[in-house]
Design a protein around this ligand. Structure first.
Ligand code: ADP
Ligand code: MG
Length: 701
């Protein structure tokens, strides 16, 4: 038989038949022997450290107890059915509880045997317990693979366990895999990088990650593998960026013309902030290079992204191009249209709005003007992407709220001209640097990190349900001063019916407290028709209603400067970035604004941290950082569909320093050797060509 290697299908590994291969593929996406080796332990049991039962307390995150299982009973019925074990060491007794896999556990756990139990201690009425502990049979005489003091633990599933692939089973496979292909494992990083970064060799790292002999070995292996993963992700991203610059010519905006200048000198009602000026300068210099611009502008709510977008579009028009701006919702598109028309005044350029509800007649006019070239700026929703929308010569595209649009939609806009237009992507969801470097690593990033002068910071407070009367009183005060109030309810798909009931009950309550004819209330939620929503929204915008009861449809971008109070009901149910977005709806005028977070008395630890963070700070980047720490990178809004975050070992929440190091190195390498032609970088060239077949590096250079 030919030599086995990392790319050999997993079924050829000794001990893996077709059935095991099948379940490994389905459950773990392990297709080759190499895939198996990259299925790393998720933690290690330190065989030298045990907790005594008498020392356990509920504040411990995890505990490892060596003891004897002295009893095992099934108790309770139906949903309360559980398996309870008694676990003893020389210092006390501990209860072990399982709610799932009871039948299987009853068969496999042996009363009278000594185990290592691992899990989080709880305390209930003075009784210590661990729910769903991991159980590991302890046998002092048992020959351990490699005699490890750090025992790896692999996560497994019910199905895998049926094929004897519990953590131990997987470990045995890893041993076979390493024995079989160890010699064929190739180094992936050139010697000069290993040396500079002080990294362990690939071979040694693969061995140590699965069979660490010492904690220092293990740490070195983890560092090496994390670095490698982050390094190649950055390598791919930055190479793509470089390829785009080489491949796509860009429209050259060589001059600043009449419209830009007239707007700046005669129309602009406020001085630009330094941050706005800086970003406009960055855009101007990008669009004058002859390459296509792909730039992300991150700026907190209210930082004034719209005017930056508008001035960029004017620059395009001055150079003979058309521009468009796409927003994720109809309300937002309308607001952009209204806001931009307002800023521009009449006569400077021809601006139109295109959404799903634009009439056929208006649509025809728009299509015609676009093709003739007499329409300068088109603002709209997804409707802009449709094939029927053809520009005479589009040169600049603005996408607001990036994370709602996919890469595919971005690409469609690219194709609206022979030479793709410059792309400016704006997001009001600040994301931590590490995440930005990875998610948008192939874009240039600008940050508007300054709010327009004169804004008063929003006062944020957290109130419990029993303080509601005070809240009503406060609302009355603010309304009597001529202000307007938002009251926002969660509306989540899974609990939609209940949520709508809450909202209705809340609305009824408000209608009693704030009766007609003195008070008027708008209501907007996702279940209403676009027309009704718009009508209600407009009443609030015009000031005909004082209170706006809404679900999160108002989250993004809506701008009513006179609204000074944001009340968020059940605020503990919102994510941090959502809370931050909602709060950004107020504080847009000159008045002192307030955000009131309402919640029930019972708060989870995480919920409490979220609300405390909101009260403590209004810095979007700081909030995003806390969010990343709380939830991990996979759950941050907008990152779910993004493949780049499927990491095998690195973690963007905890490996920020390593990521920065890796990216810095990649930038340095490309600067010194843009086409990777130097001898010392040949290994890298081979690696990235292997990782991204399809594109051939050589063709470009
Ligand atoms: P966002 O970045 O959230 O999209 P907007 O562009 O909607 O913010 O701007 C928020 C408000 O601030 C708007 O009313 C806008 O006219 C105003 N604004 C923008 N830039 C400035 C500035 N430099 N000085 C004063 N007000 C500004
Ligand atoms: Mg905006």
């Amino acid at each position: 038989m030919a030599t086995l290697s990392a790319i050999t299908p997993i079924e050829y590994l000794k001990g893996v038949g077709p059935q095991k291969a099948d379940v490994l593929k389905k459950e773990l996406q392990v297709f080759t022997i190499g895939d198996l080796l990259e299925y790393y332990p998720f933690r290690y049991i330190d065989r030298t450290q045990f907790n005594k039962i008498k020392d356990l307390h509920p504040d411990l995150i995890g505990a490892q107890v060596l003891g004897r299982l002295t009893g095992l009973q099934e108790v309770g019925e139906k949903r309360a059915k559980r398996l309870v074990g008694q676990f003893k060491d020389e210092t006390g007794i501990l209860e072990l509880v399982w709610f799932q896999s009871i039948a299987w556990l009853k068969k496999s756990l042996k009363v009278g045997s000594v185990y290592i139990a691992y899990g989080k201690p709880n305390e209930f009425k003075g009784q210590l317990s661990i729910t769903h502990p991991e159980m590991d049979l302890y046998n002092a005489q048992e020959k351990r693979i490699g005699n490890l003091t750090m025992q790896p633990v692999y996560s497994s599933t019910e199905k895998l366990k049926k094929f004897n692939l519990d953590s131990k089973g997987i470990q045995r496979l890893q041993e076979t895999a390493l024995e079989t292909i160890y010699r064929t494992l190739q180094e992936t990083l050139p010697p000069y990088i290993l040396e500079q970064q002080q990294l362990m060799s690939y071979q040694k790292a693969m061995l140590s990650i699965h069979f660490p002999e010492h904690i220092n070995d293990l740490n070195a292996a983890i560092k090496r593998l994390k670095f490698e993963e982050l390094f190649f992700i950055q390598m791919r991203l930055l190479r793509n960026k470089q390829l785009n610059t080489l491949k796509y010519k860009g429209h050259r905006f060589g001059q600043v013309g009449d419209r830009f200048n007239t707007f700046f000198n005669e129309q602009l009602p406020f001085p630009l902030t330094n941050a706005q000026k800086r970003v406009i300068r960055e855009i101007r210099s990008d669009t004058n290079t002859g390459a296509q611009m792909n730039r992300l502008v991150q700026g907190d709510v209210g930082s004034g992204k719209t005017v930056v977008a508008l001035m960029s579009m004017l620059l395009a028009i001055d150079n003979g191009y058309q521009a468009c701006m796409m927003a994720p919702t109809e309300i937002l598109a309308q607001q952009h249209f209204a806001g931009i028309s307002d800023l521009l005044g009449t006569g400077l350029c021809n601006v139109k709005l295109l959404t799903g509800s634009t009439s056929t007649k208006d649509r025809r006019i728009i299509h015609k003007e676009l093709e003739e070239g007499s329409l300068d700026i088109l603002i709209g929703t997804h409707a802009l992407i449709e094939d029927k929308v053809q520009f005479k010569n589009i040169g600049f595209v603005v996408i607001d709220e990036q994370h709602r649009f996919g890469v595919e939609q971005r690409a469609k806009l690219w194709r609206k001209n022979v030479i793709p237009p410059h792309m400016l992507v704006m997001t009001a969801t600040p994301i931590p640097r590490t995440l930005a470097m990875t998610l948008y690593g192939d874009l240039d990033i600008s940050v508007i990190d300054e709010l327009p002068a004169g804004r008063k910071p929003i006062k944020t407070v957290h109130f419990f349900e029993n303080q509601r009367l005070r809240v009503f009183g406060f609302m009355r005060d603010e309304i009597s001063k001529g202000r307007q109030v938002y009251v926002v309810y969660p509306l989540i798909k899974e609990s939609e019916k209940m949520d709508l009931l809450y909202l209705e009950a809340g609305l009824e309550n408000l209608q009693k407290e704030f009766p007609l004819p003195q008070y008027h209330i708008s209501i907007v939620h996702g279940k209403m028709s676009v027309k009704d929503k718009d009508f209600e929204m407009q009443r609030f915008v015009k000031g005909e209603t004082q209170i706006m009861v809404a679900t999160t449809v108002i989250e993004v971008g809506v701008n009513v400067p006179n609204a000074s109070v944001m009340i968020i009901e059940n605020s503990e149910r919102f994510g941090l970035s959502q809370l931050h977005q909602l709060r950004g709806r107020v504080g847009r005028g000159a008045e002192q604004s307030y955000c009131i977070l309402m919640s029930g008395n019972k708060l989870s630890k995480e919920g409490k941290t979220r609300l405390q963070t909101m009260v403590r700070t209004s810095d979007g980047f700081e909030i995003a950082e806390v969010d990343l720490q709380l939830r991990g990178p996979g759950d941050i809004s907008g990152t779910q569909q993004s493949g780049v975050l499927d990491m095998k070992i690195a973690n963007l929440a905890t490996d920020q320093a390593l990521l920065a190091q890796a990216r810095e190195l990649v930038i340095k390498i490309f600067k010194e050797d843009p086409h990777l032609t130097l001898e010392k970088n040949q290994l890298l060239l081979t690696q990235i060509n292997q990782q991204t077949p399809g594109i051939s590096w050589d063709k470009i250079s």
